[in-house]
Design a protein around this ligand. Structure first.
Ligand code: GSH
Length: 222
């Protein structure tokens, strides 16, 4: 790739998982070129992309400063970025410490407990060809359960790990941001006040504002 930036990030204009990675790259001031795949054309399943990610999903990252090393799965990508390029631990916890595993715990929670449930809630609410009320109810209840978990922790501390912002907090932003406007029977600010405060603080970070403004700009294009 000839764009001259450190990374190529394969992403999607709408899908939240690529934006998680963009948030971390932007916060660390690392340079990257985003390539947005067109799901309507199944570009994520095409051989030209499968050679980067056999799972046929975005995101995938190429690190041109490390012999075009390729990594996929958003939180593995995030862990790679901070382990290699956040040596001052601006956004991450030093490997080998107890807190490192707490950070890892939240990254796994995001990848297994938040993303898939929030994603399935969206799928059954907006895209599934049949209306399946029991599926919608199951995943909406999971959203409330996940917010309940965050609330139980964030009502006792400001950040998820080590009294400061880390990639654990950032990884949860895109799915939360996409989901909170659709909580029909839940008043997010009232029922989960500590989580709402934390989430709003994250949204006001300049890097987060910049990345989200880019997403909004791209989605507004015809
Ligand atoms: N666990 C994966 C999930 C990746 C994922 O589901 N990506 C979506 C977009 S946000 C995707 O590529 N969907 C296209 C497809 O499933 O074909 C990660 O965190 O990277």
């Amino acid at each position: 790739m000839s764009h001259g930036k450190q990374f190529t990030l394969f992403s999607h204009k709408r899908g939240p998982n690529g934006w998680k990675v963009a948030l971390v790259l932007e916060e660390l001031g690392l340079t990257y070129e985003s390539v947005y795949l067109d799901f309507q054309k199944s570009e994520q399943k095409a051989p030209e992309f499968i050679k980067y990610n056999p799972n046929g999903r975005i995101p995938a990252l190429i690190d041109h400063s490390n012999s075009d090393f390729i990594v996929w799965e958003s939180n593995a990508i995030i862990q790679y970025i901070v382990d290699k390029y956040d040596k001052g631990h601006k956004l991450s916890i030093a490997p080998g410490t107890d807190e490192y595993y707490i950070q890892l715990q939240w990254l796994y929670f995001q990848a297994s407990g938040q993303g898939p449930y929030f994603g399935q809630a969206g799928w059954f609410t907006f895209y599934h060809p049949e209306k399946v009320p029991s599926a919608i109810e199951r995943y909406k209840n999971e959203i409330k359960r996940v917010f309940g978990v965050l609330e139980s922790v964030l009502s006792t501390r400001e950040w998820l790990v080590d009294s400061r912002l880390t990639v654990a907090d950032l990884s949860l932003v895109p799915w939360n941001h996409l989901t909170t406007p659709h909580l029909e029977d839940v008043d997010f600010e009232k029922e989960f006040p500590a989580t709402a405060k934390w989430h709003n603080k994250l949204l006001k970070r300049p890097a987060v504002e910049k990345v989200w403004a880019e997403r909004t700009r791209l989605l507004a294009q015809p």
